[in-house]
Write a protein that binds this ligand. Structure first.
Ligand SMILES: Cc1cc2nc3c(=O)[nH]c(=O)nc-3n(C[C@H](O)[C@H](O)[C@H](O)COP(=O)(O)OP(=O)(O)OC[C@H]3O[C@@H](n4cnc5c(N)ncnc54)[C@H](O)[C@@H]3O)c2cc1C
Length: 460
């Protein structure tokens, strides 16, 4: 055993340190396709914040970069190691510490699985809305580090909107508490906001205080089918223009629909151009009224059929089917490259058309689905990374889609983060002063560039 591994084992206990090549291999990649795999030097599983701090100190002394990791479901390469790295896996910090029903808060460690957060809230009649498609496997720590979104983002916002406090281990091993249970708190800079979406580059999150809200009394789920994506997009614009904010407003194109139905078999129509999955929730009277207005708007904007889920069981089957879109598509070809561009909602239809034209021009197979209400598209290229010519065409198509997104006032990533996958595009979106500010913050908090170096941007 190397000196490095021996010191780590002494700090954490030998069972919580992996160094054998066959043991560390599963930590060489995350959910992102077509990135170079890199086995780490070691994978460690600390049991508390003090052990996280010990790992950071040991790694710094040995000149080894540290890569925080939750479940490794990230789609931008955030937890992919660099040579010689220690992967710091937060999976053992998986305790739900407190549900404070009087203050509507929940305190959890970062390794708790996202779905368990809402289940714990539901036991008290409370609600944790952010619901990424990966909620059955992703960790709440990974959600905070990526500021993840989900299907309910349109009405309820994203992870950031529910963070009241964070405990963070800083690169020098100091442990800082940022935030409070107070609804209002303006004592100094909002430091917790700095760590939300920081992709493991500024500190390791070891506790999370979440805001909960009252659970909506009821929910209605509607499916509207269309001959074309343009008509579906027009309905989205009409719903928003009518000042209705549904909880969920998702769209799937025909390729995605066929794959999802084949995978989940929930009775989705497969011979239509596009489908909208729409949910409205809240007081029963409001839900009934909104569901009726949404159905009218869908019909008057060209829907072929508008159907309402018969009961909560059918509604949750439909939502689960949508959550499975990525997994369903991944079965079609060896490599599934999922994009995450986001445009102002008014640009949605034009952007979808651009994606389809771009794929056609480069002879690529693309399926598109996404959070239509948020303007967040997931064009998904179905390809094979063993075919170099196809991969060059994918890269060219992605660059064109990113350029068009920015031209339309959009962003290179709505929820998956920059990591490695979007790093080359970030300077195109940021002006020089704000790009430089990112680096100034990183240098101030992590002067030895210990945490996840080379993610989001390179320090020069
Ligand atoms: C099928 C599927 C569906 C998905 N659907 C969605 C979706 O709807 N919305 C969405 O936003 N994303 C989605 N994702 C992407 C992914 O699930 C999210 O980004 C998720 O938040 C990652 O959580 P994780 O625990 O897997 O984190 P990881 O992938 O392990 O890590 C993600 C990043 O966070 C950092 N990190 C992890 N834990 C900590 C910590 N405790 N402290 C500091 N840094 C940390 C890592 O270094 C890395 O940069 C999906 C992924 C898949 C595979």
């Amino acid at each position: 055993m190397s000196d490095f591994a021996a010191v780590l084992s002494e700090a954490l206990g030998a069972p919580h340190v992996l160094t054998a090549p066959e043991d560390v291999l599963p930590y060489a990649f995350d959910g992102t396709a077509a990135l170079k795999r890199q086995a780490p030097a070691a994978v460690v599983f600390p049991g508390d914040a003090a052990q996280v701090a010990a790992v950071l100190r040991i790694a710094r002394a040995h000149g080894a970069p540290v890569v925080p990791r939750g479940s490794g479901t990230g789609l931008s390469g955030g937890s992919v190691p660099m040579p010689g790295a220690v992967v710091l896996c937060l999976q053992r910090l998986n305790r739900l510490l407190e549900v404070d029903a009087r203050n509507h808060t929940l305190l959890a460690e970062p390794g708790v699985i996202t779905q368990q957060i809402d289940e714990a809230a539901a036991a008290h009649g409370l609600f944790y809305p952010p619901d990424p498609g990966s909620l059955k496997i992703s960790t709440i720590g990974g959600n905070v580090a990526h500021n993840s979104g989900g299907l309910r983002g349109l009405k309820y916002g994203v992870t950031r909107d529910y963070i009241m406090g964070l405990e963070v281990v800083l690169p020098d091993g100091a442990i800082a508490w940022l935030g409070s249970k107070c609804v209002k708190d303006v004592a100094g800079y909002s430091l917790r906001d700095l760590f939300i979406g920081s992709e493991g580059t500024l500190g390791v999150i070891t506790k999370i205080l979440l805001k909960l809200i009252p659970r909506p009394a009821t929910r209605a789920t509607l499916l509207a089918t269309y001959p074309s994506l343009e008509l579906a997009a027009a309905t989205v614009s009409a719903i928003i223009a009518a000042r209705i904010i549904p909880c969920t407003l998702e769209f799937l194109d025909q390729t995605t629909l066929r794959c999802v139905e084949d995978y989940a078999q929930v009775g989705l129509p497969t011979n239509v151009g596009a489908l909208l999955l729409i949910e409205t929730d809240g007081h029963p009277v409001v839900v009934e009224e909104e569901a009726a207005r949404i159905a009218d708007l869908a019909r008057s904007h060209g829907a072929l059929e508008v159907r309402r889920a018969a009961d909560p069981a059918e509604a949750s089957r439909l939502a689960a089917a949508r959550r499975n879109a990525f997994s369903a598509l991944a079965r079609l070809r060896p490599t599934t490259i999922l994009e995450d561009v986001t445009v102002p909602r008014s640009e949605l239809a034009a952007m979808v058309r651009f994606v389809e034209d771009t794929a056609r021009r480069h002879q690529l197979q693309v399926a598109t689905f996404g959070h239509a209400g948020d303007g967040n598209l997931h064009p998904t290229f179905l390809t094979d990374e063993r075919d170099p010519a196809a991969m060059v065409r994918v890269e060219t198509a992605l660059a064109e889609i990113v350029a068009e997104t920015l031209r339309r006032g959009g962003t290179i990533t709505g929820e998956h983060g920059v990591g490695l996958a979007k790093k080359s595009f970030l300077p195109l979106q940021r002006d020089p002063a704000s790009f430089a500010l990112l680096k100034t913050i990183k240098r101030a908090l992590d002067p030895s560039n210990l945490l996840n170096p080379g993610k989001i941007f390179d320090l020069d």
